[in-house]
Design a protein around this ligand. Structure first.
Ligand code: 3PG
Length: 307
C-alpha cells in the first residue's frame, strides 16, 4: 500500500478521496529534523509552502529510495529543490491552475485598501478614533495598473482590474504576449507610468525584481502590491521608500521571512498586510485538492505524472 504524507494540510474531501483510493494517508507536519527520519517511510509527499523540501530531506528519502513523488499543492516551487529531487528520480508536481482567481482577488482587495485607507480605518476605529478627514483616498478607476509577470495570475489580475476601469499595462521576461488586449511595456517604462504595480513572478533566489533602483524610477506616490513571493521586493528599500514618502503605500501578502511577526513593514501605517493567504480560499483549496487527487490517480495508473 502506498503511504502518503500530507505535511501542510489539505482540503478534507480530497483527503477522503485519497483514503478511498486505498492509500495510507498520514496528515502531520514534521519539522525538518523529524522529517529527515519520517520521509524514508513514505512514497508520496504533499506540501504547501511551509514544509521545505531541500537537499537534506531528499538525501534522507534516498536512503530507502521509497519516495517517488512530491506534490506542491499550490504554485510556487521555491520551497522544493526540484532539480535535485528529479536528479534523484523523484517526480515533482504542482497545481498551477487552481489559485489564480483567489490571488487576483486578494490583489484587488489590497488595492482598494491602499486607495481608501480601509486597513488603517479598521485599526484606528477599534481604538475609538474617527479619522474621517484624514482618510481622503483616491479612486482606482482610470488609474494605471502595471502588472509585472504575465502568467496565469498576472493575467487574471489584469482582467479584474480592467473590469474595474483601470488601464492595464504589463511586462514579462518573455516579452510581448501575442493577441493580448493590454499594452506591453519594457520594465522601466511600466515603472514610470504606473499608479499601482502588482508583481506576479516567482522568486529566483537572487536579486529582487523591485529594489532601490526600480523604486526610484516609479512615480512619486505610487503603490506596490506583492502577493507573489517574499524576496521579489527588497523589503529594506521598500521601507525606506515608504518612510521618505516616495511611495504612497504597499500591500504585502508574502515576506522574505515567514511567519513575519511584528516586522517594521507589518506595523507600517502605509502597509496593508496579510499572512500569505493568496491561495487560502475554499475554492482554491478545493481545486488544489482535486488536482492533487488527479495527479496521484494518474501516478498510480501510469507510474508517471502527466504534464
Ligand atoms: C502558492 O505558491 O501557491 C501560494 O503562495 C500559496 O502558498 P500556500 O499554499 O503555502 O498558501
Amino acid at each position: 500500500m502506498l503511504r502518503v504524507l500530507i505535511s501542510d494540510g489539505m482540503e478534507k474531501d480530497a483527503v477522503k478521496k485519497l483514503k478511498d483510493m486505498d492509500l495510507e494517508v498520514v496528515e502531520k507536519h514534521y519539522e525538518t529534523d523529524e522529517l529527515i527520519n519520517e520521509i524514508q517511510n513514505f512514497d508520496i509527499l504533499i506540501v504547501r509552502s511551509n514544509t521545505k523540501v531541500k537537499r537534506e530531506i531528499i538525501d534522507a528519502a534516498c536512503i530507502t529510495g521509497r519516495l517517488k513523488l512530491i506534490i506542491r499543492g499550490g504554485v510556487g516551487l521555491d520551497n522544493i529543490d526540484v532539480v535535485y529531487a528529479k536528479t534523484n528520480g523523484i517526480q515533482v508536481k504542482n497545481t498551477p491552475n487552481a489559485s489564480s482567481a483567489s490571488v487576483a482577488e486578494l490583489v484587488i482587495g489590497h488595492m482598494f485598501n491602499l486607495a481608501r485607507f480601509i486597513h488603517n480605518s479598521n485599526v484606528t476605529m477599534r481604538q475609538g478614533q474617527w479619522n474621517k478627514k484624514v482618510y481622503e483616498g483616491i479612486e482606482i478607476f482610470n488609474k494605471t495598473l502595471g502588472v509585472i509577470g504575465f502568467g496565469r495570475i498576472g493575467r487574471e489580475t489584469a482582467n479584474k482590474a480592467a473590469a474595474l476601469g483601470m488601464n492595464v499595462v504589463y511586462t514579462d521576461v518573455i516579452g510581448e504576449v501575442k493577441d493580448c488586449k493590454y499594452k506591453y511595456l519594457p520594465m522601466n517604462d511600466l515603472l514610470k507610468i504606473s499608479d499601482f504595480i502588482s508583481i506576479h513572478v516567482p522568486f529566483s533566489g537572487e536579486r529582487a525584481v523591485i529594489g532601490k533602483e526600480e523604486i526610484e524610477i516609479m512615480k512619486d506616490g505610487a503603490f506596490i502590491i506583492n502577493c507573489a513571493r517574499g524576496g521579489v521586493v527588497d523589503e529594506g528599500a521598500l521601507l525606506e521608500a515608504l518612510d521618505n514618502n516616495k511611495l504612497g503605500g504597499a500591500a504585502i501578502d508574502v515576506f522574505a521571512e515567514e511567519p513575519a511577526k511584528n516586522s517594521p513593514l507589518c506595523r507600517h501605517d502605509k502597509v496593508s498586510c496579510t499572512p500569505h493567504i493568496g491561495a487560502s480560499t475554499k475554492e482554491a483549496q478545493g481545486r488544489i485538492g482535486d488536482e492533487i487527487v488527479e495527479i496521484i490517480f494518474n501516478y498510480m495508473n501510469e507510474g508517471v505524472c502527466l504534464a
